[in-house]
Design a protein around this ligand. Structure first.
Ligand code: CUA
Length: 343
């Protein structure tokens, strides 16, 4: 009987260990830092995991020991009010937890103070990237050079690798939270406030991030990518982004552009170099090279783009993007074809 209980306990503990380890894995792994800020958090995370796991194991060993030992009738044991055992409570219940929690507290404060949430970038310059949270997408501004060189994009945040990049965080509506677990901890985007976050990717690679503060029905579909490029690749990307949208050359894509310019699309979207100057939805100037659609909740391919244009409300209910049902099949295809030329 006892052996069965112990076996069950061992299986449960193994399951808990496996789920807690796999839960931290995948593409948003706080224990696989890609830069200095995330590394500080991961160090603290490892300390907490190792020490707290050790405490858990010791507790279970003690509980099992008591369960095994405390058998038989009450007459065979000391009465409940027998003295002794106070040492266990003072050391195990008070001194050891106090030391461990004090270490975690001080270490946590040190980790937090290492991340400035205000101020300029490492060179004292104002941040070159501003992110504005929207229900439910990320507006991204690059404010380097003069105003005519400013770039607005969405959901994909390119940064140069190997150097600290300060990002300004604002919100257009409710509180969101910028969280790219492999680069930094969570920092909120609060209406009327400007927070700053300094991220650094040691190597060129991409990261997945999420909004980490519940912000409405599509909170889970508020996904972003941080793409760290070699600095020369980043400069090339930024130079390309400054170009206006390419002019369509084929009859079908030209028809698509004309349909776009004639429809309500222009009230919400900007395509630089055209008459579309809306600012409610994402800038579409180079939408075809972005990694996803609908705040990266859909792949950026023909099927998803067609579905998004015609039935956004069934894919992302309550999003500001309406269903566009005014076009027939050929017109929809032309419109989607035009959007796909916006590279
Ligand atoms: Cu934005 Cu949750």
């Amino acid at each position: 009987m006892m052996r069965n209980h112990l076996r069950l306990l061992a299986v449960l503990l193994a399951l808990v260990a496996i789920t807690s380890m796999t839960g931290c894995g995948g593409t948003q792994n706080i224990l696989a830092p890609g830069g200095p800020a995330a590394r500080k958090i991961a160090d603290l995370g490892w300390f907490v995991i190792v020490v707290f796991s050790a405490v858990t194991v010791i507790m279970w060993v003690l509980i099992t020991w008591v369960a095994v030992r405390r058998r038989g009738t009450l007459t065979e044991h000391q009465p409940w009010d027998a003295s002794g055992g106070l040492g266990w409570i003072l050391i195990g219940g008070l001194a050891i937890p106090a030391v461990i929690l004090a270490v975690v507290f001080v270490w946590g404060l040190q980790t937090m103070s290492a991340f400035p949430l205000g101020g300029n970038d490492a060179e004292g310059q104002p941040p070159m990237i501003r992110i504005i949270g929207h229900q439910w997408w990320w507006e991204v501004h690059y404010t380097v050079g003069n105003v005519s060189q400013y770039v607005i994009t969405a959901n994909d945040i390119h940064i140069p690798s190997g150097q600290p990049v300060t990002i300004e965080l604002q919100s257009a509506d409710v509180i969101h939270s910028f969280w790219v677990p492999e680069l930094h901890g969570k920092v909120d985007l609060i209406p009327g406030m400007t927070n700053r976050i300094r991220v650094q990717s040691d190597a060129p690679r991409s990261y997945r991030g999420e909004c980490a503060e519940y912000c409405g029905p599509q909170h889970a579909h508020m996904i972003l990518s941080v793409i760290a490029d070699e600095p020369v690749v980043f400069e090339r990307w930024l130079a390309h982004m400054r170009e206006p949208a390419p002019v369509p050359t084929e009859p079908a894509t030209t028809l698509g552009r004309d349909l776009f310019m004639r429809s309500a699309c222009v009230l919400c979207h900007t395509i630089r170099g055209t008459d579309a100057h809306g600012s409610v939805g994402p800038d579409l100037t180079h939408v075809a090279i972005r990694s996803g659609l609908a705040a990266n909740s859909l792949p950026n391919d023909t099927a998803s783009l067609s579905a998004w244009v015609t039935h956004a409300q069934s894919l992302k209910p309550y999003a500001q993007m309406p269903n566009v049902t005014a076009f027939n099949g050929a017109e929809s295809r032309a419109l989607v074809g035009y959007l796909q030329t916006l590279r």
